[in-house]
Design a binder for this molecule. Structure first.
Ligand code: SF4
Length: 197
């Protein structure tokens, strides 16, 4: 078991999507691009350039690091905005809103960091979907906070123990860039054969 200093905020997103994928990325150091991740990386390369300024009444700062000592979280923000001294994070995503809530957890992780850094409560955030040019409001509700904190604990355990969660085939595998390394259906079949014999 290794003691870890900080948990990458992005790992909350990956763990929520698939614990096995999170293990591959953050414990085994694997990554593979597909169309979705390439577009996502290009998008983040564009937004991960520091800038600060105003857009009418809204103060904006891009590409700053967010950190929480309390939750051992760290990550680079795409955009932090403030209107009337009310701060909130904006996370950029390439596509449209998916079926899963993993992006909301990532925004909540950023909000937890922002609260600790600013001493203000953060009650909302946004996900900006580049294809539709639309923002989705994320309410930092008690339920989302609870879910984010539970995910932080689960990721911490994963990173400290390095134990590989089982790959379980699901609808999510269809959009997963690690499919060809993971081969979850084949792994399932081998596992079932072993259990039966
Ligand atoms: S292919 Fe499926 S089980 Fe494997 S890492 Fe991706 S989402 Fe997880």
């Amino acid at each position: 078991m290794n003691d870890i200093d900080y948990i990458p905020i992005a790992a909350l997103n990956q763990y929520s999507y698939c614990p096995h994928r999170c293990w591959r990325m953050f414990c085994a150091g694997e990554f593979a691009d597909n169309q979705y991740t390439t577009e996502g990386t290009d998008l983040h390369d564009r937004v991960h350039t520091f800038s600060e300024g105003h857009q009418e009444e809204t103060w904006q700062i891009r590409a700053i690091w967010l950190k929480s000592e309390r939750y051992q979280l760290i990550g680079k923000s795409d955009l932090i905005e403030a209107v009337a001294n009310r701060l909130y994070p904006v996370e950029y995503k390439r596509g449209q809103k998916g079926e899963w809530d993993n992006d909301e957890l990532q925004v909540c992780g950023q909000a937890l960091c922002l609260e600790e850094m600013s001493g203000q409560s953060v009650t909302q955030g946004y996900i900006y979907y580049a294809h539709s040019h639309q923002r989705q409001l994320v309410e930092i509700s008690a339920e989302l906070r609870e879910s984010a904190i539970a995910t932080i604990q689960a990721v911490k355990t994963l990173l400290e123990t390095g134990e590989m969660p089982k790959a379980v085939y699901s609808q999510r595998c269809k959009g997963c860039s690690l499919y060809s390394q993971c081969l979850p259906q084949a792994t399932d079949k081998v596992g079932r054969y072993q259990e039966a014999n």
